[in-house]
Ligand binder design. Structure first.
Ligand SMILES: Cc1cc2nc3c(=O)[nH]c(=O)nc-3n(C[C@H](O)[C@H](O)[C@H](O)COP(=O)(O)O)c2cc1C
Length: 185
């Protein structure tokens, strides 16, 4: 396991009672290079060092990652005062591509979580005064539900504890082995 991932495992453990530590910021760029950033929920990390996020193929982030798979994650753990900045390459798995994989993630959601995907087209105008209707069923994966896998390629870690603070850079060498370097913060 790479050194940075051992650190991330510890950060997650130390902050396990804090729901806000399961949110991170995900930045993407659109076709003209304009950046967009939003908060998403951490759903896990694979053995291949991919962060797992669930999302919607009707969202801007889906279109942006389809045009440019480069993404950056910024994740701050306030309790331990640690920031991880992950440079990632995104792969999106849709229900069309791998229904059993996508369904595993759909089935883990609470009904309240599933509802987020059943209120109609995100980002389109909403009529004032009318309640949103659920379209579809909790038992079936909606066609627009997707899983984003963010493969971590480079890591810029900063720990604010200590004087001076501790900053580390991690990236893979030509053979794919992770190498680490301490940096002046
Ligand atoms: C705490 C929090 C968690 C969120 N988690 C997710 C998530 O896991 N997946 C997601 O697609 N959007 C999530 N959102 C909503 C996004 O931040 C964003 O508003 C939405 O996905 C539309 O983004 P886009 O138009 O840039 O694609 C979350 C928002 C908040 C405030």
């Amino acid at each position: 396991m790479p050194q940075w991932r051992q650190g991330l495992t510890k950060s997650l453990h130390k902050t396990r009672s804090m729901p806000e530590s399961r949110y991170f910021q995900l930045a993407t760029v659109d076709a003209s290079g304009v950046p967009f950033c939003r908060t998403v929920v951490f759903r896990g990390i694979t053995d291949e060092n991919e962060l797992v996020v669930i999302s919607d193929t009707r969202s801007d982030k889906y279109n942006q990652l389809g045009q440019n798979s480069n993404a950056q994650v910024c994740w701050y753990f306030s309790k331990t005062r640690e920031q991880y900045r992950f440079s990632c390459l995104a792969t999106i798995i849709t229900a069309n591509q791998d229904i059993s994989f996508v369904k595993q993630h759909w089935d883990k959601l609470s009904d309240a979580g599933k509802k987020q995907f059943l209120w109609g087209e995100p980002g389109t105008p909403r009529n004032d005064g009318t309640a949103l209707q659920i379209e579809g069923s909790f038992d079936e994966v909606p066609p627009h539900f997707c899983v984003i896998l963010l493969s971590i390629e480079k890591v810029d870690f900063l720990n604010l504890r200590g004087n001076p603070q501790n900053r580390e850079w991690h990236q893979k060498d030509a053979n794919g082995n992770w190498v680490s370097q301490s940096l002046i913060p």
